[in-house]
Write a protein that binds this ligand. Structure first.
Ligand code: PEP
Ligand code: MN
Length: 264
């Protein structure tokens, strides 16, 4: 169902008026974790000031260590909903268990399925059974074929509103947190009709690489870029090292605007 052979025209997803996959690249910015209303609102104000529409923030955090901050849970979803309403933004947040899919419908505009859950087939099926756009991230060690099959799980249940997100894969390279597989973008565009995003924060794990990798993503045909922004990254409860502060965010966005072009 996700194959280009089944449907030749690009899937376009309407997120509160932002047409994802329609030609102009989309941008998803926001903190790694939702920590407080004030923290999310500060980023939302900056997103809004740029004329952007999409905000991210994790309420359920799939952390490598059980002793790390696990997220605010449904309280985090409530904060996102409040900010989305106040700033007229569409919010994207990760859901990690099928039991929370129904709850998520009331609070968020896009269900994110994270890298660690790309092959959580019950979660994929649950997200596929509801009428809510899904942003599916590539697994830490998933092949492109496995990634496409994960999207197929969602679509096979009836939900065709899927965005794919390349977020780096695990290789022997240690200079970056993961290895951004930039060639996955045109392959996914050829093989599927779905919008393709690149998450430059989790793929690189390095603030100094966010801009060049975002430029590369747009140049190679990505429909969107995701990056993390926090009002004070030094005190962030997760991913402190690679989130941009608001000034860095302004600079990043000004620079990336120079690379944006309308796809023919
Ligand atoms: C995230 O986007 O918050 C996240 C945890 O990313 P990933 O699933 O790609 O590691
Ligand atoms: Mn993060």
């Amino acid at each position: 169902l996700v194959s280009r052979k089944k449907k030749s025209e690009d899937t376009v997803i309407d997120l509160k008026g932002e047409m994802v996959g329609a030609g102009n690249p989309s941008f998803v910015f926001g903190p790694c974790s939702v920590e407080s209303y004030e923290q999310v609102a500060a980023v939302a104000a900056s997103v809004k000031a740029k004329g952007l529409k999409l905000l991210r923030g994790g309420a359920y955090k799939p952390r490598t260590s059980p002793y790390d901050f696990q997220g605010l849970g449904v309280e985090g979803l409530k904060i996102l909903k409040r900010v989305a309403d106040e700033y007229d933004l569409a919010v994207i947040s990760e859901i990690v268990t099928p039991a929370d899919i129904e709850t998520a419908l009331d609070y968020i505009d896009v269900i994110q399925i994270g890298a660690r859950n790309m092959q959580n087939f019950e979660l994929l099926k649950a997200a596929g059974a509801v009428n809510k756009p899904v942003l599916l991230k590539r697994g830490l060690a998933a092949t492109i074929e496995e990634f496409i099959n994960a999207a197929e799980y969602i679509m096979s249940q009836g939900n065709g509103q899927i965005m794919l997100c390349e977020r780096g894969i695990r290789t022997y390279e240690k200079a970056t947190r993961n290895t951004l597989d930039i060639s996955a973008v045109p392959i996914l565009k050829q093989e599927t009709h779905l919008p393709v995003f690149v998450d430059v924060t989790h793929s690189t794990g390095r603030r100094d690489l966010l801009l060049p990798c975002a430029k590369a993503a747009l140049a190679i045909g990505a429909d969107g870029v995701m990056a993390e922004v926090h009002p004070d990254p030094a005190v962030a409860l997760s991913d402190s090292a690679q989130q941009m502060d608001l000034k860095q965010f302004d600079d990043f966005y000004n620079e990336i605007q120079k690379s944006v072009f309308i796809r023919s």
